[in-house]
Design a protein around this ligand. Structure first.
Ligand SMILES: Cc1cn([C@H]2C[C@H](O)[C@@H](COP(=O)(O)OP(=O)(O)O[C@H]3O[C@H](C)C(=O)[C@H](O)[C@H]3O)O2)c(=O)[nH]c1=O
Length: 182
């Protein structure tokens, strides 16, 4: 597993070592010791799996209190994965980063606690697996609008095309009104 840099130091992009042969491929999608050697010593307590059709946008979500770090990967299709730094004390406060994660590139993104997370589905279908560092707590769930005018996230949407979002996400708040991290 290689640790690749991102413009936001705590946001980590990982590239697994893939073993290919005439049968197909094998790779360790998660190895606690390997991640610890790369500086990621988080304990994960929950695995999530979602499937989305093209044009679905899930996010921007975070929990407060009880924030979740998330280790995100894609096993079918492709997504544009986005993380936003919501930590007021961070030099990259309110900066966002987006990256294409796909079954093909096998890249993984570690989104730390204190970040909002969301993704846009780029393929006909995408299945996203992610580990979290704390348990789901719906009572603490927060949602920032995906098209927040201050964040100006450059989602790869065709001009004039709106994403498919849940009613909860359609009711997301502007970041200026959101509860943010210290
Ligand atoms: C997140 C979650 C949801 N659920 C239930 C609650 C709902 O009945 C149903 C769908 O939940 P929701 O619409 O919140 O799912 P997403 O929109 O994919 O939410 C996720 O999307 C973005 C990308 C994230 O980063 C978060 O992990 C998470 O908020 O699953 C659970 O039972 N456990 C869970 O951990």
């Amino acid at each position: 597993m290689k640790r690749l840099g991102t413009p936001i130091p705590d946001l980590v992009l990982l590239e697994p070592r893939v073993f290919e042969d005439e049968r197909g491929f094998f790779f360790e999608s998660y190895n606690k010791r390997v991640l610890a050697d790369l500086g990621l010593c988080q304990e994960f307590v929950q695995d999530n799996h979602s499937r989305s059709r093209r044009g679905v946008l899930r996010g921007l979500h975070y929990q407060m209190p009880q924030p979740q770090g998330k280790l995100v990967r894609v096993v079918t299709g492709e997504i544009f994965d986005v993380a936003v730094d919501l930590r007021r004390s961070s030099p990259t406060f309110l900066q966002w980063y987006g990256v294409k994660l796909s079954a093909e590139n096998k890249l993984q993104l570690y989104v730390p606690e204190g970040f909002a997370h969301g993704f846009l589905t780029l393929s006909e279908w995408a299945e996203v697996l992610y580990k979290t560092t704390d348990f789901y707590a719906p009572q603490y769930e927060r949602c920032i609008r995906w098209d927040d005018p201050q964040l100006r996230i450059e989602w790869p949407l065709d001009p004039g095309v709106q994403p498919v979002v849940s009613p909860k996400d359609a009711a997301g708040v502007p970041v200026e009104k959101a509860d943010l991290f210290p």
